[in-house]
Design a binder for this molecule. Structure first.
Ligand code: KG4
Ligand code: ZN
Length: 364
């Protein structure tokens, strides 16, 4: 995978904000090596991420992963690494602290700058793994923790136009999947079943559209599905032996309806945001839920009909990964920015500050 941009510094990227421990090396204008260790099998036993276990796993895995990555890239000991980029937040505090402490130590020991990256911005910038963002752009970030619409008037500027007031889109998918006893995290299983079913028109109202804003609210959809499951006595699936072939057609139709409702709701607010942003040329769709097949279809068609360039990362770069962190760090470095060594981790719910320091080292 490479992007058409100037190469920038050799950068070690580190991502530990949630349940993936991931490291990547950017060199020569491309991701030279990357490793992702997912903790999903461990957390799925509990039906959700257990923050303390996540931190401990990051602590156990991060150093060996960096060592393997550097060995793979032919840079044992970090030879030639010029920058360290690490997820600063938002995320699980303990999990973030593991990556940040490691990144700061690595940078300090080698005398190179470190940059703390906004995880949400990095998700959107991962769209550049498939093509250049032509600015001004509009970005929809849909993940397990966030549903944000940004106006992106120029590189490095992210202006929040709308956000979820309760559940994020991915959280809604996961909670609905739990109601059906699908494996965790359930978004991709709903997607898989949805492709085998047909949406039922009018079954669920597209939530929170009867207003004038670009915000979202998905908690009502979850309640509507919960009521539907009880009223129609839908069978609980066997999550330990998930097999789409034996799932009843009405469950597949329910999943198709949920996917369609979420996709159309996201589209409607994106359409609204587009009307309020100036001269948008590119529509970006990113985050774990951007892997959803119906959402990608709906957004592709919308962009085409509106003469917009549409960018979404390949499936493997929709979820959390360090390649996007390295790439975002390189863009900050190219703009002459880095972080002071005492920067803090930012937990979920707090905005990540733009308190970069000047680092003229790689400015273009
Ligand atoms: O971005 P991400 O990996 O982690 C966060 O930063 O939250 O997103 C994870 C979310 C989960 O809620 C997961 O169920 C959802 O992305 N997801 C999907 C699909 N693949 C992952 N949701 C719907 N359809 C999918 N195909
Ligand atoms: Zn994420």
């Amino acid at each position: 995978m490479s992007t058409p941009c100037a190469s920038g510094p050799v950068c070690l990227g580190i991502e530990t904000s949630c349940d993936e421990t991931s490291v990547a090396l950017w060199a020569g204008g491309r991701i030279e090596a990357e490793l992702v260790h997912t903790q999903i099998p461990m957390h799925s036993v509990f039906g959700g991420v257990v923050p303390e276990l996540a931190s401990r796993e990051h602590l156990r895995l991060l150093d060996p992963l960096v060592e393997s990555l550097l060995a793979q890239a032919g840079r044992p000991g970090g030879e030639g690494v010029e920058l360290v980029a690490v997820t600063r937040g938002p995320g699980l505090l303990g999990a973030l602290l593991v990556g940040i402490a490691y990144a700061k130590s690595f940078a300090l020991a080698r005398g190179v700058p470190v940059v703390g990256v906004n995880h949400l911005h990095a998700h959107l910038l991962a769209c550049e793994f498939t093509g250049f963002i032509e600015y001004p752009a509009l970005g929809l970030l849909v993940s397990g923790g966030h549903t944000h619409i940004y106006s992106m008037p120029r590189p490095g500027a992210f202006e929040l136009m709308g956000r979820t007031l309760d559940d994020a889109a991915g959280e809604a998918f996961d909670k609905i999947a739990k109601l059906l006893n699908l494996p965790y995290p359930g978004g991709k299983y709903i997607d898989e079943l949805a492709r085998l079913g047909t949406p039922v028109r009018g079954l669920f109202t597209r939530p929170y559209l009867n207003n004038d804003n670009c915000d979202f609210s998905f908690s009502g959809l979850k309640t509507a599905v919960a009521l539907h499951v009880v009223q129609h006595a839908l069978p609980a699936l066997d999550y330990a032996a998930f097999d789409p072939v034996v799932v009843e057609p009405r469950v597949k139709d329910l999943c198709a309806t949920v996917s369609e409702t979420v996709a159309q709701t996201l589209l409607e607010k994106t359409r609204r945001a587009l009307g309020r942003a100036d001269g948008v040329r590119t529509l970006c769709l990113a985050g774990g839920v951007a892997a959803n097949s119906r959402l990608r279809e709906v957004f592709t068609a919308f962009a085409e009909a509106n003469g917009l360039k549409f960018l979404a990362p390949a499936q493997k770069y929709c979820g959390d990964n360090a390649a996007m962190i390295a790439y975002a760090g390189v863009q900050l470095a190219r703009a002459g920015l880095a972080s002071a060594l005492d920067f803090e981790a930012i937990p979920r719910g707090r905005a990540v500050p733009d308190d970069y320091i000047v680092n003229p080292l790689f400015k273009e």
